[in-house]
Design a protein around this ligand. Structure first.
Ligand SMILES: NC(=O)c1ccc[n+]([C@@H]2O[C@H](COP(=O)([O-])OP(=O)(O)OC[C@H]3O[C@@H](n4cnc5c(N)ncnc54)[C@H](OP(=O)(O)O)[C@@H]3O)[C@@H](O)[C@H]2O)c1
Length: 232
């Protein structure tokens, strides 16, 4: 039985991953921010965490940890001329600053773990340029750099990988998929002719947390229905 900490376990990919890890017999410490969560599963504990707050209490981090997954993200699409540096900084704090903060707090626990693994999230919009994606690409581009550099620094003890999803049905992407027309257009854009489900990325995350991926580190793994590489 492994113990994993999922930052952002209340919705979307983190919620799906939590269910999968519990099903596999693991222990999960999950955090939520604005979506309150409760459980009577003895292998699951929830704690409230807003990573943007000052003076956070990290007592929920156990002495020994096998996996850390950082899910919080944002998809604010806007033309470059409307980019506002304060908002870009806030986005960066959520997506990158928060990841740095929690990784630093978990490092000693992860070093004691069994084949420890860290998972971060990028987006297909770093590998491929899309209109109006500069704000999200700035933060997620940094996540890709962080993944590669940190994987070098922590090898061979802790593996670090990132998943770069394509458009996936979660609360985060709700505005992009809230009409039949938007769903149809986005379905057609993907070579695999469907929009992602949270399970698509959660399955990859569960694999990257498992010993089956013990020779994989420093990778950005695209879970995007072929969007980043196939032109058809
Ligand atoms: N969905 C997509 O189409 C898509 C595409 C490309 C990349 N991604 C990336 O994949 C990752 C997971 O996305 P998702 O779609 O599963 O997102 P999601 O459904 O919005 O889930 C995000 C999770 O992070 C938590 N969270 C949000 N703000 C937080 C904060 N300030 N402090 C602590 N926790 C916070 C949320 O908690 P509460 O709900 O409790 O507030 C939730 O549990 C993100 O990094 C995202 O950028 C997603």
């Amino acid at each position: 039985m492994k113990t994993h900490l999922i930052i952002g376990a209340s919705t979307g990919i983190g919620k799906s991953l939590t269910a999968r890890l519990l099903h596999q017999g693991n222990k999960v410490i999950g955090t939520y921010n604005s979506t309150p969560c409760q459980t009577d599963n003895p292998n699951l504990t929830y704690t409230h965490l807003n990573i943007l707050e000052e003076d956070l209490n990290f007592d929920f981090i156990p002495d020994k940890l096998d996996g850390l997954v950082y899910c919080p993200g944002a998809i604010k699409l806007l033309p470059f001329k409307r980019l506002n540096s304060n908002e870009v900084n806030l986005d960066f704090q959520l997506q990158v600053g928060g990841a740095i903060k929690i990784i630093q707090k978990c490092l000693s626990a992860l070093k004691k773990g069994n084949s420890p693994s860290i998972i971060l999230f990028s987006t297909v919009a770093v590998q491929s340029g899309f209109n109006f994606h500069t704000q999200v690409a700035i933060s997620k581009g940094a996540i890709e750099g962080l993944t590669k550099s940190l994987s070098a620094e922590l090898a061979p003890t802790i593996r670090v990988n990132a998943i770069a999803p394509g458009l996936t049905y979660t609360p985060l992407s709700e505005k992009l998929l809230n009409t039949p027309e938007k769903i149809a257009v986005n379905t057609q854009k993907h070579p695999m002719k469907r929009i992602g489900q949270p399970e698509d990325s959660a399955n990859m995350a569960a694999f990257l947390l498992s010993d089956n991926s013990s020779w994989i580190t420093g990778q950005i793994i695209h879970v995007d229905g072929g969007m980043s590489t196939i032109k058809n």
